[in-house]
Design a protein around this ligand. Structure first.
Ligand code: PLP
Length: 215
């Protein structure tokens, strides 16, 4: 596992951050990756994240990458470093409310829905643009908008992934002046498509299987 982790890290260009997606993998595996220097871990279930956060070193940056239910926001807001999957205005409103309660601005990415599948969560580009143009996000005290996240359609058509990543990148460039808190983040690319995502401008990849093996 450590060999796979270092091999992937060695191929990432400078400026591309690695979120090691550790969902369903036991604490021991995360600790091993931590001991090898990995600090950013991505989880997609609230209960599992809360359990791991309590058990593992305090300087880990925990990223939440899965669909987040509004009633569970409060459990992760006190410690989460980045929520990749803000997929509705309603969810953002709740993250804001909980962030204010904890006296913190929670770093958040807006999840774009590029994929063809009906079931995927996220804003379409038009919905996301409307939200940003409305300027309502400027009133948020408990949320800091840091960038965009997207997933390509789940299929094996590399050219489709490329087109979707390219479209997300174009939109990211259009709206990135809205983001604050450092270099704007474009989170795209998983085990099977991260090299394409990076070629299309991703600066944060979320890699699970290629590091930790099958779940
Ligand atoms: C599980 C997951 C990943 C990692 O997928 P792998 O194929 O294991 O690399 C990345 N992003 C999201 C949103 C995920 O849910």
């Amino acid at each position: 596992m450590i060999n796979r982790l270092s091999a992937i890290k060695a191929t990432l260009p400078e400026g591309v951050a690695l979120c090691a997606v550790s969902k369903y993998h036991p604490e021991e595996q995360l600790q091993e990756a931590y001991d090898a220097g990995q600090r950013i871990f991505g989880e997609s279930h609230v209960q599992e994240l809360v359990r791991k956060e309590a058990a593992l070193p305090k300087d880990i940056e925990w990223h939440f990458i899965g669909h987040l239910q509004t009633n569970k926001v409060k459990y992760i807001v006190p410690f989460v470093s980045l929520i990749h999957s803000a997929d509705s205005v309603r969810l953002i409103t709740e993250i804001d409310r909980q962030g204010v309660k904890c006296q913190r601005r929670v770093p958040v990415l807006l999840q774009l829905h590029m994929a063809q599948e009906e079931t995927k969560y996220g804003f379409t580009i038009d919905e996301c643009r409307d939200f940003l143009v409305s300027g309502k996000w400027q009133e948020l005290q408990g949320v800091e908008l840091r960038g965009i996240m997207t997933m390509a359609t789940n299929c094996d058509d590399e050219e489709l992934w490329r087109r979707e990543f390219r479209e997300a990148r174009r939109f990211f460039e259009e709206v990135k002046h809205c983001f604050s808190g450092g270099t704007p983040i474009l989170s795209m690319g998983m085990s099977h498509d991260y090299t394409i995502a990076i070629a299309e401008g991703s600066n944060m990849v979320r890699i699970g299987t290629a590091i930790f093996g099958e779940r």
